[in-house]
Design a protein around this ligand. Structure first.
Ligand SMILES: [Zn+2]
Length: 215
């Protein structure tokens, strides 16, 4: 099962990827994780990527695709893969298609998890984290017993800068600008499936399973 997972920040992509990976026993391949792993293991690609990351620059496409290619030839990808965070541009999608054809692992489906922007803002802007123990809360979905105080340790709760509403809107704009062309790209190839991401984790997972079981 060869899958690309799309979805804006807050759509629950990471959670679904984890569930899918366990259910179908195929690896969840997140480019962010691979980059960190390659840097940690000081691979040739990792040290190349680190040069850019240390300068605060984006890792160039040819380095990224090399990293993905190396990951896809590992034995655990024999039955498939779930790509998350890649591709992000049409150029990357072209490069990926090339590699996948060479490896004879062509994409079967691109799952596009859709959640209305208002809902994403509610989900992301309500997140609070304990400054002491790191416990996670949500003002609407899992509030602490006492306002601003951690149930576990009594520490003070704070909001990550990333989760402030203005920043969330910027993140969503970036996502929309980057991925809109990719959605058309995969629609034209007839492998894009939209998934309603507004339900709970189980509902969304069931919808995805329905799609995958009919491939
Ligand atoms: Zn705490």
């Amino acid at each position: 099962m060869n899958i690309v997972l799309f979805g804006p920040p807050g759509a629950g992509k990471g959670t679904q990827a984890k569930e899918l990976s366990e259910f179908y026993t195929i690896p969840h391949i997140s480019t962010g994780d691979i980059l960190r792993e390659n840097v940690k293991n000081e691979t040739e690609l990792g040290s190349k990527a680190k040069e850019y990351m240390d300068k605060g620059e984006l890792v160039p496409d040819e380095v990224l695709i090399g990293i993905i290619k190396n990951r896809l030839v590992e034995p655990d990808c024999e039955n498939g893969y779930i790509l998350d965070g890649y591709p992000r541009t049409v150029n990357q999608a072209d490069a990926l298609e090339d590699i996948l054809n060479k490896l004879e692992k062509p994409l079967e489906v691109v799952l596009n998890i859709e959640v209305p922007e208002e809902e994403l803002i509610t989900r992301l802007s309500g997140r609070r984290i304990c400054s002491n123990c790191g416990a996670n809360y949500h003002l609407k979905f899992s509030p602490p017993e006492k306002d601003g105080i951690c149930d576990v340790c009594g520490g003070k709760l704070y909001q990550r800068d990333d989760d402030k509403e203005e920043v969330i809107k910027q993140r969503l704009d970036t996502y929309n600008n980057q991925t809109a062309p990719l959605i058309d790209y995969y629609k034209r190839k007839d492998i894009l499936v939209n998934i309603d991401g507004t339900g709970n984790v189980e509902d969304v997972f069931e919808e995805i399973r329905g799609v995958l079981d009919n491939l």
